[in-house]
Structures are given as structure tokens and as C-alpha cells.
Design a protein around this ligand. Structure first.
Ligand code: XBP
Ligand code: MG
Length: 254
């Protein structure tokens, strides 16, 4: 019996990586006088590392150690990431939050029909503030549990954020559906035993989603039909609560 929907944030609720996080990282580099620009292609590669701090550490260690300023690497990463997070919040507050198709519709319908909502994300919890603002004045209260960034020991593809949310909700994995955009996210949800719906982005379209229940380009809108890319033989134009109950039933029957 489907009781809860658990959403990833970046790439799932909103398309935030290319024009949001990536731009904020570059502005933080510039503000620190570092001659570093993460172009779209390089950032797509760096996204295989989840967590902005981990991504910065990987870059200075394995990609461009010659661009690493002298001094303690961890202190540099913490300072740059704090700058980036502050820039990211301002950027989304001025540029707006690119909610993905069908997100607002499905969240509203799920609330109206009594489904529990939760967030399981690798991003820093401060980055949720513009998401709440974009969804509505009381949007943060829509979600019964939020697992974000450093609240768990290991980031995706580890299952920690999903296990944290399941514990907070007091539900079992087979009573929920997870929504993700990336291979790392799919692996995290699958490792927590969660039936997983994937909405790909341009960065993740070519990734592997082994075990996913359904793979689509987005959740669909009445005037913007979704395209099924893999998984369950779903024939509808958009994912609504009725369709999710049917998919959950399909998953339960194995
Ligand atoms: C995506 C991530 C995050 C963001 C950057 O999170 O891996 O690291 O790219 O945010 P998810 P931070 O898809 O799980 O929402 O710099 O705050 O980590
Ligand atoms: Mg994501």
C-alpha cells in the first residue's frame, strides 16, 4: 500500500545543476581569485562525485592539483563551499528556481490525496530554502521528513539519506516510492530497497538505472506529455497519484 513519496532535489524537483550549482561554484572561484572555471562538460564529469565539498576535494586532488592554492586543503574546501552556498542561494532567489515539469502538480495532488511527502538529498540543507520559496509559502511543512547533505555519514550512492527518511517516517521501503534523476541517486534508493522512478536530465540521460521501476524524461503535464524511456510498461502522458498507486502495485507483485 503506497503511503509516501520521497524526492531527491537536484535534477528531480528542480533542474539546478548546470545553471545553478555550477555557476555558483564558478562565482566562488572568481571571488577567491582562483583561475578556475567548471564548464558544462567538466561539471558533468564532476557530478559523479556527490556533495559539493567532496566534489571540490576531488577536483583539487585528482583533476587540477596544480590549481590548488598552498595551505590546508580541507580549510580551502570549507571556505569555498560556504561561499558557493551563499552565492547559490542568492542566485536562485534572483534567477528563480527551475522546477521540473509535473513537480508542483504531483506534490499538490499527493497532498490532496493524503500521501506523505519527504526529501532525500545530498545537497546542503540551506539550498532547500529557495526550493521551498518556489513551491509556496508553507512548502517546507508539506514534507514530513527531510534528509539533506551532512545529516548522514555517507552521501549517495550510499543509502543513508533514504534510510534516515524511512526511519523518520516509520515506514517500510515497500510503502514508498523514491524519485531520482541520477545513477548515484538510483543506487542509493535501490540500496535502501525503495521502488524508484527516474526522471532523467541532460546530465544523467546516458547513465545506468539498474533496478529502476520506471524511467521517464519528466513527470509530465497535461500540455507536456512525458516520454517513457525504460522500466515498467507505463503508457500514460503524466505520472499522477493513480498511476503511482498502480506502479507501486506492480512493484509489490514483483
Ligand atoms: C546533488 C548533489 C549536490 C549538489 C551540490 O544532490 O550531489 O552535491 O550537486 O550541492 P541531490 P552541495 O541530487 O541528491 O539533490 O554543493 O550543497 O553539495
Ligand atoms: Mg539528483
Amino acid at each position: 500500500m503506497l503511503k509516501a513519496l520521497i524526492f531527491d532535489v537536484d535534477g528531480t524537483l528542480a533542474d539546478t545543476e548546470r545553471d545553478g550549482h555550477r555557476v555558483a561554484f564558478n562565482r566562488a572561484f572568481a571571488a577567491s581569485g582562483l583561475p578556475i572555471v567548471w564548464d558544462e562538460a567538466l561539471y558533468g564529469h564532476l557530478l559523479s562525485i556527490t556533495g559539493g565539498k567532496e566534489r571540490l576535494t576531488y577536483f583539487f586532488t585528482h583533476i587540477c592539483p596544480d590549481l590548488r592554492p598552498p595551505g590546508d586543503l580541507q580549510a580551502l574546501v570549507l571556505r569555498l563551499h560556504a561561499q558557493k552556498t551563499e552565492i547559490y542561494g542568492r542566485l536562485l532567489n534572483t534567477e528563480g528556481v527551475p522546477l521540473r515539469p509535473g513537480v508542483r502538480r504531483l506534490l499538490q495532488e499527493a497532498r490532496d490525496q493524503g500521501l506523505v511527502l519527504a526529501i532525500a538529498t545530498t545537497t546542503t540543507v540551506a539550498n532547500l530554502v529557495p526550493i521551498w520559496s518556489a513551491l509556496g509559502p508553507d512548502a517546507q511543512s508539506w514534507f514530513h521528513a527531510v534528509a539533506a547533505g551532512d545529516c548522514v555519514a555517507d552521501k549517495k550512492p550510499a543509502p543513508d539519506v533514504y534510510e534516515y527518511v524511512l526511519t523518520e517516517l516509520g515506514l517500510s521501503a515497500d510503502q514508498c516510492l523514491a524519485f531520482e534523476d541520477s545513477e548515484n541517486g538510483c543506487r542509493a534508493a535501490q540500496a535502501a530497497g525503495l521502488p524508484t522512478v527516474i526522471t532523467v536530465t541532460e546530465y544523467t540521460r546516458a547513465q545506468r538505472f539498474d533496478g529502476a521501476l520506471l524511467i521517464v524524461d519528466h513527470l509530465g503535464e497535461p500540455d507536456q506529455p512525458l516520454s517513457r524511456l525504460g522500466g515498467a510498461p507505463f503508457m500514460g502522458d503524466m505520472l499522477d497519484v493513480r498511476a503511482l498507486h498502480e506502479l507501486a502495485g506492480l512493484s509489490a507483485r514483483g
